[in-house]
Design a protein around this ligand. Structure first.
Ligand code: NAP
Ligand code: MG
Length: 404
């Protein structure tokens, strides 16, 4: 079989622990036999990050800005235990935070639906993609513990020294005070990423806040989205046959639960934080959740939503069999390859991405799956496979489909 050609390389970001092992298996068994794979390789494994004083992460982010499409393996975010374990020179920032900041991007999380792994919400038939604003609000708050009676005020001094003052509360006993902020620039970047990803996916975009209570703060989010939609995206949405829909968050929650799914749901920072954990669980498994970072100017970085699966890695190091689910990592690759194919006008590459996804889902539907799915599936005939055998089962199915 003639291997499928690529023109522009993907930015490939390798990672850590069990997902690093899976990464190599996916390349060896599912990609390299069929594609003339072109990547610009960045090793974001912790050892290399430490050797380069984390410069490698910055370079990978810069490469993504230049080439437009990246695929990333899960990586360790160092904490005190990791500093000791890897004898690190510093407690480096999370690579995801570095890349997100460089791209000024928004993270979209999408579940992979497959027959036999049923969402807890019976009505959901299509994926619900969640977009979380990743700047400000309570994540950059300032807090005061009022020890006793007193007056709390909000004060803004503008560039000319003019003051705007509001009384927050006159305390007659102890209490708590919190200051939060956001910026128009960040809200606008978030809105742009959401509008362009909705167009990319041809999915309706829902946005919800609590603007009935927070008239100025949440009201600003609503207004920024609406203005951008009216002035820049309305026509494209109409042409694509999709809609932009704003509703109060309470109403959105009720509608989402009753819906069939199939929408992109944009949320403020805290709402997105909480809802994304609920969504991952409701759809069945964290190992079936993909994640894509989209910048306002349309650069894409694909990855699995889960971490490096440390517990399985230590079993693997001891020579014990593991049954780690590679589906989200495979879909990170297919997402990136399909996007590269779309940008470079390579229909064969896009078709390959579709076929690999089909082969992955059909393998599970035939009863062959990893342990995490075997315990929640509604299928009756189940064969629990180890990490590599699952990937090899997908390869067999893929090879058949490709006639290779
Ligand atoms: P994790 O890697 O997501 O794993 C937590 C648990 O979830 C696992 O022990 C396993 O449960 C289950 N699980 C997750 N993915 C699975 C898969 N593909 N197949 C089967 N089971 C899966 O989270 P963690 O152990 O808390 O974090 C490990 C490292 O990952 C940390 O150093 C953290 O910094 C990093 N991390 C990175 C990213 C990223 O790069 N985007 C995201 C999150 C965390 P059982 O043990 O019960 O089988
Ligand atoms: Mg959370």
């Amino acid at each position: 079989m003639q291997k499928i050609a690529m023109t522009t390389p993907l930015v490939e970001m390798d990672g850590d622990e069990m997902t690093r092992i899976i990464w190599q298996m996916i390349k060896d068994d599912l990609l390299l036999p069929f594609i003339d794979l072109k990547t610009e390789y960045y090793d974001l494994g912790l050892k290399k990050r430490d050797e380069t004083n984390d410069r490698i992460t910055v370079e990978a982010a810069e490469a993504t800005k230049r080439l437009g499409v990246a695929v990333k393996c899960a990586t360790i975010t160092p904490n005190a235990a990791r500093v000791k374990e890897y004898d690190l020179h510093a407690m480096y920032k999370s690579p995801n935070a570095t890349i997100r900041a460089a791209l000024d991007g928004t993270v979209f999380r999408a579940p992979i639906l497959v027959k036999g792994i049923d969402p807890y919400v019976r009505t959901w038939k299509k994926p619900i993609i969640l977009a979380r604003h990743a700047y400000g609000d309570i994540y950059k708050n300032v807090e005061i513990l009022a020890e006793g009676p007193g007056k709390a005020e909000l004060l803004f001094t503008d560039g000319q020294g003019n003051e705007t003052r509001r009384v927050i509360h006159e305390f007659d006993g102890p209490g708590v005070i919190q200051g939060v902020h956001n910026t128009d620039a960040s809200i606008e970047g978030f809105a742009r990423s959401c509008f362009s990803y909705a167009l990319d996916q041809k999915m309706d975009l829902w946005f919800s806040t609590k603007d009935t209570i927070s008239k100025t703060y949440d009201g600003r989010f609503k207004a920024v989205f609406q203005k951008l939609y009216d002035t820049e995206y309305k026509e494209a949405f109409e042409e694509a046959g999709i809609e932009y829909f704003y509703t109060l968050i309470d109403d959105a929650v009720a509608r989402v639960i009753r819906s069939e799914g199939g929408m992109l749901w944009a949320l403020k920072n805290y709402d997105g934080d909480v809802m994304s954990d609920m969504m991952a669980t409701s759809f069945g498994s964290l190992a079936m959740m993909t994640s894509v970072l989209v910048s306002p100017d349309g650069k894409y970085e694909y990855e699995a939503a889960h971490g490096t699966v440390q517990r399985h890695y230590y079993k693997h190091l001891k020579g014990e069999a593991t049954s780690t689910n590679s589906v989200a990592t495979i879909f990170a690759w297919t997402g990136a390859l399909r996007k590269r194919g779309e940008l470079d006008d390579l229909p064969e590459l896009m078709k390959f991405a579709d076929t690999l996804e089909e082969a992955t889902l059909e393998t599970i539907e035939s009863g062959k799956m990893t342990g995490d799915l075997a315990i929640i599936t509604s299928l009756e005939k189940v064969e629990k496979l180890n990490t590599e055998d699952f990937i090899l089962a997908i390869r067999d199915c893929l090879a058949k489909k490709l006639g290779a």
